[in-house]
Write a protein that binds this ligand. Structure first.
Ligand SMILES: [Cu+2]
Length: 424
């Protein structure tokens, strides 16, 4: 393993012109406890010579480099960034604790359960200097009752000693510029009802989107990019393909196994000043909590007239859209004790202060984050979907307007922290 590692770091092929395939893994193993859910951020290796990234994919392996099945370790998501380079769409971020912090890195690649593979069309590349430093944020979940150490392994197709048309990664997100860009779908509608969130972004320059991918969670129906300036016409739609195995215990509502991607030298034209709208649409007949709506596009800048004819995008052969499976999350541990008639509680390491609560309809209930670790309150099943941020301090409130039984858990500690709120 170590030898393979050093061989990869030496890059004997990089002296030649042309495309190389480089395989890296995160510097240090990431250790997950039994049924652990882990978020983290760290520096990761990057190509040591000037060149262009033309393709990238990533996976999770054990410490021997063997790919981990989803039944062992589930990759919630990873995001790769270039440190010290401005992000295209965010000047600042809201961190996990709600503070505004400067954006210090450029998001250029991400994947979740859909395992997005980016392949830029021929002639285009994401420029990278040998001196550039890459960082990664990750969220992993251990599906087993064992401690396991893993690496994030990634394959970079890299071109040196050639000049390619440079692309800029444009990150669009319905909850953009948040470290945890989540929202929750209430799910209190009839069968076939939908729930959408959108965000607008005005392009500072023109160009052509030559590739793109997207990220939705369980219950997702579609992610659509439209151009408001040109009558709201559709530029690209990414649809989920379902079919990942359901792993027991069910700790999470599965995401899609694929989202539609595109890669084309024709490019989707956008003009400076165009307002792009990203709309994420989810099923609203069941609650879906802590969901996302993200699209990453690769822009080759060029002066473009507004509202030009759009190219026909190539068909994605891996895209087989369908209806999302209907999932009801179980509570993995039953909260015990008498039902308390209280209006607030705390959440700390690793319990809710009041595991069973009984309140009247219309009550606003508050949770105080007592730390020291980050926790949250997330609906598993119940009349209305909601979720708090994952925080170590501060508080969160929710008004219970629908009667019924709300089964709640901490998404970071699903086998330890559960709570039931009964609303009369
Ligand atoms: Cu927790």
């Amino acid at each position: 393993m170590l030898l393979a590692c050093f061989a990869a770091l030496a890059f004997p092929g990089l002296a030649r012109a042309g495309e190389q395939t480089l395989t890296f893994h995160s510097y240090n193993p990431i250790t997950l406890g039994p049924y652990g859910v882990l978020q983290g951020a760290e520096l990761i290796p990057s190509p040591p010579l000037d060149g262009y990234v033309v393709g990238i994919s990533a996976t999770v392996t054990d410490t021997n480099g063997v790919e981990e099945p989803i039944s062992h370790i589930m990759l919630h998501h990873i995001v790769f960034s270039k440190i010290g380079t401005p992000d295209y769409t965010c000047k600042t971020f809201t961190d996990y604790d709600g503070n505004t912090v400067p954006a210090f890195a450029q998001r250029f690649y991400a994947e979740g359960e859909e395992r997005t593979t980016i392949a830029l069309p021929s002639g285009y590349g994401y420029p990278n200097r040998g001196s550039d430093r890459w960082g990664m944020i990750y969220m992993l979940m251990n599906h087993r009752n064992v401690t396991e150490s893993v690496y994030i392994q990634y394959t970079v197709r890299y071109v040196t000693n050639e000049t390619l048309a440079a692309v800029k990664p444009v990150w669009l997100d319905v909850r953009n510029c948040e470290s945890d860009p989540i929202f929750s779908v209430p799910g209190d509608g009839p069968t076939f009802s939908t729930y959408s969130q959108h965000a607008d972004y005005t392009m500072p320059e023109g160009g052509r989107f030559v590739a793109g991918g997207a990220h939705l969670h369980g219950g997702g129906l579609k992610l659509v990019l439209t151009n408001r300036r040109c009558g709201g016409r559709k530029l690209f739609e990414s649809d989920p393909t379902w079919g990942l195995p359901v792993i027991k215990p069910v700790m999470h509502e599965n995401g899609p196994k694929h989202m539609t991607t595109f890669s084309t030298t024709d490019g989707i034209p956008v003009a400076a000043g165009d307002t792009l709208r990203l709309t994420a649409t989810y099923d609203d007949s069941l609650p879906h909590t802590r969901v996302m709506g993200i699209m990453i596009l690769y822009l080759a800048p060029s002066p473009e007239a507004p509202c030009q004819v759009l190219p026909t995008l190539p068909t994605d052969p891996d895209s087989h859209p369908g209806a999302p499976p209907r999932v009801r999350l179980p509570l993995l541990v039953q909260p015990v004790g008498p039902a308390q008639s209280v209006l607030s509680t705390f959440m700390g390491d690793f319990a809710y202060g009041a595991p069973r609560v009984s309140i009247q309809r219309g009550t606003t209930f508050s949770w105080t984050f007592a730390g020291p670790s980050r926790h949250d309150v997330t609906l598993a099943t119940g009349p209305v979907g909601f979720a708090s941020p994952s925080r170590s301090h501060g508080s969160f409130s929710f008004r219970f307007t629908h009667p019924g039984v709300y089964k709640l858990f901490c998404s970071l500690h699903p086998t330890e922290m559960t709570e039931i709120v009964s609303v009369r």
